[in-house]
Design a protein around this ligand. Structure first.
Ligand SMILES: Cc1ncc(COP(=O)(O)O)c(C=O)c1O
Length: 391
C-alpha cells in the first residue's frame, strides 16, 4: 500500500485531506512522493512560520535532543524558563503555563479566569465566559463549547456549560450579554481564522477591554493562529492598542513541534498555584529550545516585512475577476471568491500551489520568509484559478 492508501485504511477519518502526500520541504517549497514541487501558502496551518527545514530551529532542537530531550515538570530545565522570560518581556505579561496545543492553552486561560473569579467570590457564581459567534477555540469538549458555531455543538454532548456567545462588532450586544450573565472573562480572536479570516473592529475590541476593566473580568486573547508575527506584530492584539489579561498561543511558536502557551498578566499572575494545572509534556525542553529560536528571530525587521508582503499579495490580486474581497491582516488573508473555494484550492494544487480554505473563503497563511519571487509565482497561479471561475 502507498502512503495515501495506508492512511485511508488505518488513520481515523477526521480529516478531509488533499490528495497528495508530502515527503520533503525546504523554505516555502514542498515536494510530493512523485517529486512534484509546490509553493506552500499555508505553512502547515500557520505553524512553519520560517518555512520547512528551518535550519536554526533544527539546530536548536537537535542541540537540546543531545543534551536532555525530556525531564518532566518535576525538574527545572533551562529552555522552559528562557522561553517564558522572553514571552513575558515581549508582551508585558507575567507568567506562562506551557501545554501542547492551542486548545490546551485556551483551556488553561478559562481555568485561570474561573479560578480568578472563584478566589474573589468564594463560589462559582461568576464562571461564565463570553466568546464570539463564529469563533474557533479548539476541539476539547470545553473548547467546543467555547467555540461560537452551532455545528461544533453536536454529537458529543453533554458539553461544558458556562459559555455565552456575543456577535462580533456589536458593542451594545456585548454590553448586554455581560450585564445579563455573571461573567469572569471575554475571550476573543482579533482575526477569526477558522471563521473566515474576519478581523474585529477596533472600537469593539476597545469596548471589550473597557467592559472587562469595569466588571473585574479578564480579557483573554486567543492568538493561536494570529500570533507569532502572522499579522505584522508579534501578537495581533498589539495592532489594537489593548492590554489583555491573558494571551494564548501555539502553532507558529513551536516551529513544527507541538506547543501551547497561556500567558497570564499581572491581575491573575498568582491565580494558579501548586497542583492547579499540569501537563506531562508541557514546557518540554526540546520544544521550548526550538521555540526560543523562533521567538529570537521574530525581529522588528521580520515583522515589518510581514506587513509589506501582505500588501504585496493584495496588490497582486487587485482587480482579479471573480475576487469579491480580501480580508485579514499581514500574512493572514481571506479571499472571498465567486468560484468555490474548495475547487480553487484543488485547482491550485494541480498547478503546484498549496492554499487553505476557511468557511467559503480561500485562506492564505504563507511562511513569513516566503520570497517575493515565490509570491509572484504562487499568487499568479491563484489569480488565474480565481479568474477561471469568475461568474
Ligand atoms: C484561534 C484558534 N484557537 C485554537 C485553535 C486550536 O488549536 P490546536 O489545534 O493547536 O488545539 C485553533 C486552531 O486552528 C485556532 O485557530
Amino acid at each position: 500500500m502507498g502512503i495515501i492508501e495506508t492512511d485511508k485504511e488505518y488513520v481515523a477519518g477526521t480529516y478531509k485531506r488533499f490528495n497528495v502526500a508530502l515527503v520533503k520541504g525546504e523554505g516555502a517549497k514542498a515536494w510530493d512522493e512523485n517529486g512534484r514541487e509546490y509553493i506552500d501558502l499555508g505553512s502547515g496551518i500557520a505553524v512553519n512560520i520560517f518555512g520547512y527545514g528551518d535550519h536554526e530551529w533544527k539546530q536548536a532542537v537537535e542541540k537540546q535532543l543531545d543534551a536532555i530531550p525530556h525531564s518532566s515538570n518535576l525538574y527545572y530545565t533551562e529552555p522552559c524558563g528562557k522561553l517564558a522570560k522572553m514571552l513575558c518581556e515581549r508582551t508585558g505579561l507575567k507568567k506562562v503555563f506551557f501545554g501542547n496545543s492551542g486548545a490546551e492553552a485556551n483551556e488553561c486561560a478559562v481555568k485561570v479566569a474561573r479560578k480568578y473569579a472563584h478566589d474573589k467570590y468564594g463560589d462559582e457564581s461568576h464562571s461564565t465566559v463570553i466568546t464570539l459567534i463564529n469563533s474557533f477555540h479548539g476541539r476539547t469538549l470545553a473548547m467546543l463549547s467555547a467555540t461560537g458555531q452551532e455545528h461544533f455543538h453536536q454529537h458529543f454532548g453533554p458539553f461544558t456549560p458556562g459559555f455565552v456567545y456575543a456577535k462580533a462588532n456589536d458593542v451594545e450586544g456585548l454590553r448586554q450579554i455581560s450585564r445579563e450573565n455573571a461573567c469572569c472573562a471575554i475571550m476573543l480572536e482579533m482575526v477569526q481564522g477558522e471563521g473566515g479570516v474576519m478581523p474585529l473592529e477596533n472600537d469593539f475590541v476597545k469596548a471589550a477591554e473597557e467592559i472587562c476593566r469595569g466588571n473585574d473580568m479578564l480579557l483573554i486573547v486567543d492568538e493561536v493562529q494570529t500570533g507569532n508575527g502572522r499579522t505584522g506584530k508579534l501578537y495581533s492584539y498589539m495592532n489594537f492598542g489593548i492590554k489583555p489579561d491573558i494571551v494564548t498561543t501555539a502553532k507558529g511558536l513551536g516551529g513544527g513541534l507541538p506547543i501551547g502557551a497561556c500567558m497570564i498578566g499581572e491581575k491573575a499572575e498568582r491565580t494558579l498555584g501548586f497542583g492547579d494545572h499540569g501537563s506531562t509534556f508541557g514546557g518540554n525542553p526540546t520544544v521550548c529550545a526550538g521555540a526560543v529560536s523562533i521567538l529570537e528571530r521574530l525581529t522588528d525587521d521580520v515583522l515589518s516585512e510581514v506587513e509589506k508582503k501582505g500588501l504585496y499579495i493584495r496588490k497582486k490580486l487587485e482587480g482579479a475577476k471573480g475576487l469579491k474581497s480580501v480580508s485579514g491582516m499581514g500574512l493572514m488573508l481571506g479571499l472571498d471568491t465567486e468560484g468555490s473555494a474548495g475547487e480553487i484550492a484543488n485547482a491550485c494544487l494541480e498547478n503546484g500551489v498549496l492554499v487553505l480554505t476557511a468557511k467559503t473563503k480561500i485562506r492564505l497563511l504563507p511562511p513569513l520568509t516566503i520570497s517575493y519571487g515565490e509570491l509572484d509565482r504562487a499568487i499568479g497561479v491563484l489569480r488565474e484559478q480565481i479568474e477561471l471561475r469568475a461568474k
